[in-house]
Design a protein around this ligand. Structure first.
Ligand SMILES: [Zn+2]
Length: 177
């Protein structure tokens, strides 16, 4: 079990384009998925992408049910995911472990078709709607260096980014190390 440090805005590593995984069945991916899951459940969060722990690979994990009342863990692993189709509009309040303390309504597609590999190297395609569709769009955006705050109106972005930078400076000044 390894809980990794979650990088936060404005860390440049969050802005990089992640590379495709060459072997979804490999040991490197197995270890990465374990670390992502441990870190996500510990945070706690409903999704985490490899760039958020500084790993530049196209891998994300989600579990959109476990924090609901009576919900049990159902970890989903997404390797080299792609969205091939988007339709409609959904607005959900989003937050992000890499953008602490900020929760904003974000407009995304309401339905998507996604393709991905699992850890056995099998390819899957499926349709998703509403919250699961939104959660996947959020996580897959991380693989392209995109954060949910990038999708907000420009004026709002400017204010939030200023606030986040100030917050980060204060955190660094008050930390003993
Ligand atoms: Zn996020």
């Amino acid at each position: 079990m390894a809980i990794r440090e979650i990088l936060t805005y404005p860390d440049e590593a969050l802005r990089r384009h992640a590379r495709a995984v060459a072997d979804p069945t490999g040991e490197e991916v197995r270890q990465l998925v374990q670390d992502l899951a441990d870190t996500m459940y510990d945070a706690p969060g409903v999704g985490l992408a490899a760039p958020q722990i500084g790993v530049r690979l196209r891998v994300a994990v989600t579990d959109t049910r476990w924090r609901e009342e009576g919900g049990s863990r159902g970890l989903k692993v997404w390797i080299n995911p792609e969205i091939s189709w988007r339709e409609g509009e959904a607005i959900f309040e989003e937050g992000c472990l890499s953008v602490p303390g900020i929760y904003e309504d974000v407009k995304r597609a309401a339905s998507i078709t996604a393709g991905w590999y699992d850890m056995e190297g099998h390819h899957h395609t499926a349709d998703f709607e509403d919250f699961p569709a939104v959660a996947l769009q959020h996580e897959f955006d991380h693989l392209d260096g995109r954060l949910f705050i990038d999708l907000l109106p420009p004026i709002k972005q400017k204010l939030l980014k200023k606030r986040l930078q100030k917050q980060k400076k204060q955190m660094m000044q008050s930390s003993p190390s």
